[in-house]
Ligand binder design. Structure first.
Ligand code: COA
Length: 261
């Protein structure tokens, strides 16, 4: 692949990762999945990065799924690394300490939809289309789609989407809770995602990290364990400088300035 198949920039505490194969509707070949993993790790390891935006180049696609040209000749054994790497990427995004915003600027199909679902927040442009069309290829979602989709939108809706392979509009995705907000154009989406990212970048980093962990637990663990974890991290943040700053700022009617410590 070309070095530029995934782009990475950082400004104002926000890392933007862009899938950059617009002529192939940003289809996710094996090399792109690997490169995405490297860039997400770079963002995670960089203290100057507080928030990550994931998007696709151009105005047509966020990601039209795994690269179907790489499916030819694959069997149950040789295809396994593809699914495992795709799942590992999604799990990495989900478990990162920093919020990740998917700015869905067009088709989010198959693996594109699955990666978007691993992000914390999904914003979309009105032209975005979501779906898990794998059934039409005689296969099923393999980057976590049959697992995250029902948790996000409910089992019945997920079954309809996975069994039919039908696409839904950004508005329909918003109605079922798959998307947080819809913007009229790709440009407005990019501005909206950046405004949200900059807002989140100013929030106290330790509290954001443990809030993300606790919210993820609510999704993944039994109630009792999740509640115990919440008490633990609720107490932990009382030892941070940011807690002292936040409370002092409130009591003295001034703006808080957090140091993420
Ligand atoms: N894998 C590989 N190439 C893909 C792709 C994918 N998932 N999705 C799109 N492309 C390529 C097309 O092959 C085409 O390349 P070409 O110009 O070299 O022929 C280019 O992207 C544009 O796609 P095209 O189908 O011509 O555009 P369209 O506007 O008619 O349709 C889609 C757009 C997204 C609806 C259609 O491309 C599609 O159904 N893609 C596959 C989606 C899918 O099944 N994803 C799950 C894979 S497991």
């Amino acid at each position: 692949m070309s070095e530029e198949d995934v782009l990475y920039t950082v400004s104002d505490g926000v890392a933007t990762i862009t899938i950059n194969r617009p002529k192939k509707y940003n289809a996710l070949n094996i090399a792109v999945v690997e490169r995405l993993r490297e860039f997400f790790k770079q963002a995670e390891d960089d203290d100057a990065v507080r928030v990550v935006i994931l998007t696709g180049a151009g105005e047509k696609a966020f990601g039209a799924g795994a690269d179907i040209s790489e499916f030819e000749g694959k069997d149950s054994k040789s295809v396994r690394p593809l699914a495992e790497n795709g799942q590992a990427l999604c799990t990495y995004i989900e478990s990162m300490s920093k919020p990740v915003i998917a700015a869905v600027n067009g088709f989010a199909l198959g693996g594109g939809c699955e990666i978007a679902m691993a992000c914390d927040i999904r914003y979309a442009s009105a032209n975005a289309r979501f779906g898990q069309p794998e059934i039409n290829l005689g296969i099923i979602p393999g980057f976590g789609g049959t697992v995250r989709l029902p948790r996000l939108v409910g089992l019945g809706m997920a079954k309809e989407l996975v069994y039919t392979g039908d696409q839904i509009t950004a508005g329909e995705a918003h109605e079922i809770g798959l998307v947080n907000k819809v913007f009229e154009s790709v440009e407005a989406l990019r501005d909206g995602a950046m405004a949200l990212a900059k807002k989140l970048a100013l929030k106290p980093g330790v509290a954001v990290r443990v809030a993300k962990q606790s919210l993820n637990n609510a999704w993944q663990l039994p109630l009792k364990e999740s509640l115990e974890f919440e008490v633990d991290v609720f107490c932990e943040v009382f030892d941070t400088e940011d807690m002292k700053e936040g409370v002092d700022a409130f009591l003295n009617k001034r703006e808080a300035h957090f140091k993420h410590k």
